[in-house]
Design a protein around this ligand. Sequence first.
Ligand SMILES: NC(=O)c1ccc[n+]([C@@H]2O[C@H](COP(=O)([O-])OP(=O)(O)OC[C@H]3O[C@@H](n4cnc5c(N)ncnc54)[C@H](OP(=O)(O)O)[C@@H]3O)[C@@H](O)[C@H]2O)c1
Length: 333
Amino acid sequence: MYLPSADRYTAMPYRRTGRSGLLLPALSLGLWHNFGGDRTPESQGEILRRAFDLGVTHFDLANNYGPPPGSAETAMGRALRTDFAGLRDEMVISTKAGYHMGDGPYGEWGSAKSLRSSLDQSLTRLGLDYVDIFYSHRFDPDTPLEETMGALHAAVRQGKALYVGVSNYSAEQTREAARILDGLGTPLLIHQPRYSMLDRWVEDGLLDALDELGTGSIAYSPLEQGILSDRYLNGIPEGSRAAGSSPFLSAEAVTPDLVDRLGALNSLARERGQSLAQMALAWVLRGGRVTSAVVGASSVAQLENSVEAVRGLEFGDDELARIEELVKGTARP
Ligand SMILES: NC(=O)c1ccc[n+]([C@@H]2O[C@H](COP(=O)([O-])OP(=O)(O)OC[C@H]3O[C@@H](n4cnc5c(N)ncnc54)[C@H](OP(=O)(O)O)[C@@H]3O)[C@@H](O)[C@H]2O)c1
C-alpha cells in the first residue's frame, strides 16, 4: 500500500494562479505522453507516486491523451482509486476538450454539445465528480466564443469543474474569452500556452494580457518535448520521443546546428550547477510571470531531475544574455 512521503510539502514552491485562491506547484506533471496503453500501469504508477511524494500536486490531462485517446484519463482514474485513494483533496486534476477525440460532428472543437459530453466522459474515465480545471483546448473559429465560454461556465455551475481555463488562445482571443466569462461570473483562471527558450510567442502580448487580466499561466512543453535536456546531446537515443513515431517531434528536428547550441546551453547549465532540463524549467519560471511549468517524464529519474529545478530559479543578467545569444534564430515559427 502506498503511503505518501510525510515531507512532500517541504521543497516544492506553490505559486498563486493569477488573482485566484488556487496555488499550483511550480512544477506540474503532464500525462500527454507515457500514460497511454503503450506503457505499463506499473511504470505509470511509479511516476505518479514519485511526483506526489515530491510535492507535485497538479496533474494535467486532456480527453485525447493516450494512445489510445482517453487512456491517460483511465490511467489517472486507476491511480486515484488505488494509490491515491483518500488523497483527491490534495490534488489538482485538470482536463481539456477541443482537439480531435472522436468521430462525427461532436468529437472535437468548441461547441457546447462537444464540451459537455467530453467533460462527462472525462469524469467517468477519471472516476471523479469534478475536475479542478476544465479547459477549452483550442480556439474554435466557427463556434461563437460566447457558446464555448458558456459551456465552461455551465461546467462550473453544474459542479463538474471548479475553475476554467483556455489553451492555445492568442492574446486577443484570451481577452475576449475573459470578458465573456467575467460577464457570466466565472473568472478565467488560467491559460495554458506552449512556452520554452525555443518557443517565445507568449512574450509577444499574451503574458502582458494575462498580467492585466489577473489570469495565471501554465507553460506546456517547457523542455521543447525533451530537446532542452541532455537527451539529444549525442544523437537520438533509442526510446526517446524523437526516435519514436510521434508526429510532434521527429529526428529531423534535432539538427547539427541545434545540437551545437544545446551543447553550449548544457555547459552554461553545468556552471549554474544544473542539468540542461533544470535550467530550461527554471528559465520558464524566472521572475514569477508563469505560475507553473507542466513537464512530461518517461521515467522516475527524469521526473526527479526536473523537480530539482525549483532549487535554482534565479538567473543573473549575464546568464540571461548568454541564453538569448545561444537561442537566437532557433525560435519555432
Ligand atoms: N495544451 C496543449 O495543447 C498541450 C500540448 C502539449 C503538451 N501539453 C501538456 O504539457 C505536458 C508536457 O508536455 P511535453 O511532454 O511535451 O513536455 P516537455 O516537458 O517539454 O517534454 C517531456 C519529455 O522530455 C524528456 N524529459 C523530461 N524530463 C527530462 C529530464 N529531466 N532530463 C532529460 N529528459 C527529460 C522526456 O523525453 P523522452 O520521452 O524522450 O524520454 C519527456 O517525455 C503534457 O503532458 C501536457 O500535459 C499541453
